[in-house]
Each structure stands twice: as structure tokens, then as C-alpha cells.
Design a protein around this ligand. Structure first.
Ligand code: 7LV
Length: 334
């Protein structure tokens, strides 16, 4: 008998555990109606304690975000004891493992991945969010090697907008900006740029710019902002890294400059997309028709319920059908 009867009754067949964290575990599952694979983050509310606000924050952020390079939310299921967050399954694993596998990536492959991160982070910032915990472990790949940013448990949506200052020190020290580890007030957008610089360095060099087993040593290195520039780095990539890993946040490159940096457009002929994807909540009559026929309910009534975006079972079925359509899979419900 499954340990999570709720999930089976909500239309999911659980498979193996694909990861764990302080929050609980993430399991692979299949959405029975569409046959699509999903990742379900399972949290025991009685054990979350002080982490409960982080869970609520992440769910609220994921409900507001819709971008091809941000992990999609399909459904949220809450019981007395548990919270289940049903999300897009990223079968390509962690970006970090991809880098380790290839020891380091070519400039072109690094650029191809990094442009997707720029597109996602500029969308995040445009919508008033700072991620604050960007690192290769929080960047996954889907089956087509598209990047998906995950883990919004530390993200911030400052009350006064992206120009207001934050103070909470959070995220992993290895990727944390100098101002963040110093405990001074900082802008969320600026600390994200620093973390993106660490990720770009990892892509191009196959190692981290600031490393030490001793936390004090690590902090000293970050505050000095000095790192090794391997011989294979082009002058363009060295220049860009210096502008991102700039200790003074006021002199650090801004996302708008990053988007238009010449190194980023090399070989692509244009800057990364900064399109606002909230329009992805479009009405797809083909998918509505499939649900309407399956439930034998008029599709306008179905749409009136789905367009409330309650992230219930109807939202999940609709979004998963949209996914199938995107991959050219047959639009059928079992
Ligand atoms: C180390 N972390 C604190 C947890 C780790 C758990 C496994 C997970 N994962 C993996 O590590 N694969 C290798 C497989 C995999 C596949 N699809 C996934 C889809 C979504 C997520 C996900 C996980 C968490 Cl904790 C989130 O907050 C969000 Cl928004 C999304 N994780 C996935 C995931 C990556 C993170």
C-alpha cells in the first residue's frame, strides 16, 4: 500500500525518490490521466517548523511565475499533515552534473546555457522577485537540455520593489555575494548577478572561483574577489566574469547591461529573450476540448474554472496537456 494514499486518490502514481532536502523529499510520479511524468515535493508540515514560511513563499512565487526556464508548478495538494507540490519533471538532471561529466563546457555551450539563465533571472527581476540562492544545483535540465531554475524557498519579493534593500543573509556561502556575507543591506538583483557570475565561471572553468573547506578562508576569498583566470578563457569571457564578480555591488554589471553584453550575443546575433511569459496562461481550445469531452462538461465552463488558476487537479490536467501538445504527443486522457 502506498505511503501516500492521498496522491493516488488525487490521480498520481508514485515512483522512486529523486532527491531529498531539509524540506522533505522529491519523488518521481506519473499523472494518471495524461500519463505525463511529474516531480512531487513532499513535505511533512508537522516537521517543517520554521521552514513552513519558506514553503508558502515558494508556492506563492511559483504560482506567479510562468517562464520556459523556470520549473513549472502544476498542482498543490494540502492535507492536515502534508503538503504536496506537483511540478514539471526535469529528466536531464542537475546542470552541475552535466559540467562535472564534461569537466568544463565550451564557450558556445556555456553561452547557450547561460543565455537561458539570463532570460529566467531577468523575467524574475521584472516580476519583482530575487532568487537569492542561484547555484548549479538549483539549475536542472529537461529532456531537451532546456534549463529549469528551481528552489524558490529563499526568493524575495521586496515590498518596495526591486530597488528596496534586503538584509536576510541566506543561500550557500560559495555562491553568495560579498555584501550578503557581510550582513549589510543589499539589493536582491545584485546578489543574483554575483551568483550568476559564479555559475558562468563554473560552466567555463569546471570549478568554482571561490572555494575553501574553511568558512573564514572562503569568506576572505569572496570579499577579496580574486580568482584564477585559466589560460583557456577568451578575453571576452574574462571581461564579463570580472564585471559580474565585482566586489562593489554599485560597480557590478546590471541585468540590463548583461543582456546586451557582446559576449552573450556572440554566435546568436541577438540578446537573450526577455519576453514576459505571463501570457502563457492563454486559452488553448484544443486542450479544453479534450477535457470537455472527457468530463462531458461544456468547454467554456471548463475554461471558466481553469482560468482561475487554483492549481488544483484541473489546472494540472490542463497544463500537462499543454506540455504534451508542445512535445507533439497525442492529446488523450486515460
Ligand atoms: C538538493 N535540493 C535542496 C533538493 C533537490 C531535490 C531533487 C531535485 N531533483 C533532482 O535533484 N534531480 C536530479 C531530478 C529532478 C527532476 N525534476 C525535478 C523537478 C523539480 C524539482 C524541484 C525540487 C525542489 Cl526542492 C524545488 O524547490 C523545486 Cl521548485 C523543484 N526537482 C527535481 C529534481 C533537485 C533539488
Amino acid at each position: 500500500m502506498s505511503r501516500y494514499p492521498t496522491l493516488r486518490s488525487c490521480g498520481y502514481e508514485l515512483d522512486r525518490t529523486i532527491g531529498t532536502g531539509g524540506f522533505g523529499k522529491v519523488k518521481l510520479a506519473t499523472h494518471t490521466l495524461t500519463g505525463e511524468k511529474v516531480a512531487i515535493k513532499i513535505m511533512d508540515k508537522t516537521k517543517l517548523g520554521k521552514d513552513l514560511p519558506r514553503v508558502k513563499l515558494e508556492i506563492s512565487a511559483l504560482k506567479n511565475l510562468s517562464h520556459p526556464n523556470i520549473c513549472k508548478l502544476y498542482q498543490v495538494i494540502e492535507t492536515e499533515s502534508h503538503c504536496y507540490v506537483v511540478m514539471e519533471y526535469c529528466s536531464g538532471g542537475e546542470l552541475f552534473d552535466h559540467i562535472v561529466e564534461k569537466s568544463r563546457l565550451s564557450e558556445m555551450e556555456s553561452r547557450m546555457f547561460f543565455r537561458q539563465i539570463i532570460s529566467a533571472v531577468s523575467y524574475l527581476h521584472d516580476n519583482g522577485y530575487a532568487h537569492r540562492d542561484l547555484k548549479p544545483e538549483n539549475v536542472l535540465l529537461d529532456r531537451e537540455q532546456n534549463l529549469k531554475i528551481i528552489d524558490f524557498g529563499l526568493c524575495a519579493k521586496p515590498q518596495g520593489g526591486m530597488d528596496s534593500l534586503l538584509l536576510t543573509s541566506c543561500g550557500s556561502p560559495t555562491y553568495a555575494a560579498p555584501e550578503l556575507i557581510q550582513g549589510v543591506k543589499y539589493h536582491g538583483s545584485e546578489v543574483d548577478i554575483w551568483s550568476m557570475g559564479v555559475i558562468l565561471y563554473a560552466l567555463l572553468c569546471g570549478c568554482l572561483p571561490f572555494e575553501s573547506d574553511n568558512i573564514d578562508e572562503l569568506f576572505k576569498k569572496i570579499l577579496k574577489g580574486k580568482y584564477i583566470e585559466p589560460g583557456w578563457l577568451s578575453s571576452g569571457s574574462k571581461r564579463l566574469l570580472r564585471r559580474m564578480l565585482c566586489v562593489d555591488p554599485l560597480k557590478r554589471i546590471r541585468i540590463s547591461e548583461l543582456i546586451n553584453d557582446p559576449w552573450i550575443s556572440l554566435g546568436f546575433g541577438c540578446p537573450p529573450s526577455t519576453k514576459n511569459h505571463n501570457v502563457d496562461r492563454c486559452k488553448d481550445t484544443e486542450c479544453l476540448e479534450v477535457i470537455s469531452q472527457y468530463c462531458e462538461i461544456d468547454k467554456e465552463i471548463i475554461w471558466s474554472r481553469i482560468s482561475k488558476w487554483k492549481y488544483d487537479s484541473e489546472t494540472a490536467t490542463y497544463l500537462l496537456l499543454l506540455n504534451k501538445k508542445k512535445y507533439g504527443a497525442p492529446l488523450v486522457l486515460k
